[in-house]
Design a binder for this molecule. Sequence first.
Ligand code: PLP
Length: 429
Amino acid sequence: MKDYKINTKCVQGGYTPGNGEPRQIPIVQSTTFKYDTSEDMGKLFDLEAEGYFYTRLQNPTNDFVAAKIAELEGGTAAMLTSSGQAANFFALFNICETGSHIVASSTIYGGTFNLISVTMAKMGIDVTFISPDCSEEELNAAFQENTRAVFGETIANPALTVLDIEKFAKAAHSHGVPLIIDNTFPTPVNCRPIEWGADIVTHSTTKYMDGHGAAVGGAIVDSGKFDWMKYPDKFPGLCTPDESYHGVIYAERFGKEGAFITKCTTQLMRDLGCIQSPQHAFYLNLGLESLHVRMPRHVENGQAVAEFLEKHPQVSYVNYSGLPSNKYYDLAKKYLPNGGCGVVSFELKGGRAAAETFMKNLKLAAIETHVADARTCCLNPATSTHRQMTDQQLQEAGVPAGLIRISCGLEDKEDLIADLQQALEAIDC
Ligand SMILES: *Cc1c(COP(=O)(O)O)cnc(C)c1O
């Protein structure tokens, strides 16, 4: 599939059936796999042969879908996880341990922020958060001798900042560590971070990749470009023998192309679980088959809604990188030439009261904590996810009480705009 265009890879990547085999990816609904001799199975445990033995580590359905995602991102290997949270945790924990340090963009998704700053801190892993808009000097100053990874999101959820991936990749590489990019919002249809220097790419497949609000999941893709063996002291897990697999040295045996994902599967999946169910992988693949058709429509609707809102007298500002007024417009033109995603945020001049009236009057857009779904959904953080905070605290956190996040789905844009229009009119009454 390597030479095909991304649209073709969305439809047919990852799985090529042989003569008389199922056209659709088979769901291998089996926890375990049968072998004729103990010797055959022993080879799997020694990592000397490829194959399946237990679905906590690997399952053929998952591997077909992961292979498709690897092709879409332009990587050499990939794996599916049970959620986006698990993907980001595994991607980081595969190369970090007690005493390690991470440099991360400060605007990343709240769940990942919490994962790194609270849960991973309990494991003795430190973090320095840095503004995605920082200068190169500020970025370089965030590194320490024990830094093991740099982490950021192409388009941050929900801040919608656009990351200068090349700037972050350059800093990471000059300090001998990989750049990990969460590419959930644009998907590989709109941006392929590996082409800009990212080493590892992660996804919450729960969002646009599934796209139908059907299955929680995650993915990790390796670019195959980072040379772990160049920094054996920094990455002992990849560059020194793993006693739990008879002394295999991952970076030696599996090379740059396979070491990261192999270790992540054989150690982290084995010990922590977090595998995606084959059934969910099947749903995910149905979503991937139309990803290249859906993303342009999400962008078209997002752009139309953002332009409508920007002109509306009840709205104080709109945050969408496709608007020329947006701070990230130029970066978006470079990294997201076909647009970013369908998520737009905006602030109502009338604050909390206006937001409550507006939300309650929406007919098409549903109130949900979800984003990136075929159906349009909306959230007012002040009255939901952030309701414990005062108006003053909300303002300081950059989520003012009148802020609304709308994830534009695949409906007709005129219907969406009409829905917003009538809900905005209700504020006056
Ligand atoms: C939703 C999301 C996650 C977490 O993914 P889950 O599938 O909900 O665990 C991580 N990163 C980003 C950018 C997200 O939007």
